[in-house]
Design a protein around this ligand. Structure first.
Ligand code: GLP
Length: 260
């Protein structure tokens, strides 16, 4: 089972996860960080950026994004390449040549998945993968029905996900219909999964992912198949968890040596 940590705010979650990443980075400067887009991981990036000058040096580290839209014009501010550049590469001081995002350009899209898998394999694998979760239960852009063995490939977004993400675009029509996303099988290869979720709107998806049946209808439930998963949620996102009291109890009695 995943370790579930219920915190008082997204900021607290950001500090907790950033502490852990910073510790690892000191030991392994060539750390491979799996980065997610969306609003959820932003508190982690902020906390890391704040401590950057003092203790964290990402210049030798690598980053791999989970997904990308297909067909947005190059440099589009909402392409995940641009988002990762703004929120991760620049503020944290990654070497841009070590930051990887799936190639969503229409030309050559047929091989984008294979090329990304090859780059991931060549990196030696993701050390820590940050994950958000969509209201459909998606991780990356693996919508309901995604195979647990799936690798990086082109997927069709659900109408729900397009509507959820329309807030970043001028209109719903501008939200791409397709994406390239790491598969659930790809994500499960990372050494450590850290899933974050905040707010009441994520409560059902979190409960489904952590406690629900393991089913392709709830792609987030794939985390139950992994041996090292940390779920960090605020009270609102934890509000549908059946075993919340146990998770709190386990945190209170957590052996000091365990870490995340
Ligand atoms: C997006 C991304 C996911 C993200 C999810 C939640 O569509 N592809 O990687 O986890 O939706 O987004 P947010 O964190 O903004 O709620």
């Amino acid at each position: 089972m995943a370790e579930v940590i219920i915190v008082d705010s997204a900021e607290t979650a950001g500090r907790l996860v950033s502490d852990h990443i910073a510790e690892h980075l000191q030991i392994t400067p060539e750390f491979v960080l799996g980065v997610a887009t969306g609003s959820t991981p932003v508190p982690v990036y902020r906390a890391l950026a704040q401590r950057k000058a003092r203790e964290v040096d990402f210049s030798a580290a690598f980053a791999f994004a989970l997904d990308e839209y297909v067909g947005l014009p190059e440099g589009h501010p909402q392409s995940y390449r641009a988002v990762i550049d703004r929120e991760v590469t620049q503020p944290l001081g990654f070497d841009p040549t070590r930051v990887n995002v799936p190639d969503g350009r229409a030309e050559g899209i047929e091989t984008a998945g294979e090329r990304y898998e090859a780059a991931l394999r060549a990196s030696g694998g993701v050390n820590l993968q940050l994950l958000g979760i969509g209201t459909t239960g998606h991780i990356g852009f693996n919508e309901p029905g995604s195979s647990f063995g799936s690798l990086t490939r082109v997927k069709t977004l659900t109408e729900q996900t397009r509507a959820d993400n329309a807030r970043f675009f001028e209109s719903l029509d501008e939200v791409p219909i397709h994406c390239v996303t790491q598969g659930l099988g790809t994500i499960l290869r990372a050494h450590h999964l850290v899933l974050l979720a905040f707010g009441r709107g994520k409560a059902e998806a979190v409960a489904g992912a952590v406690e629900g049946p393991v089913t392709a209808s709830m792609p987030g439930s794939a985390i139950q198949l992994h041996s090292h998963v940390t779920v960090v949620v605020d009270e609102a996102a934890a509000s549908r968890l059946k075993h919340a009291d146990y998770y709190r109890w386990a945190q209170e009695h957590k052996p000091a040596w365990q870490g995340l």
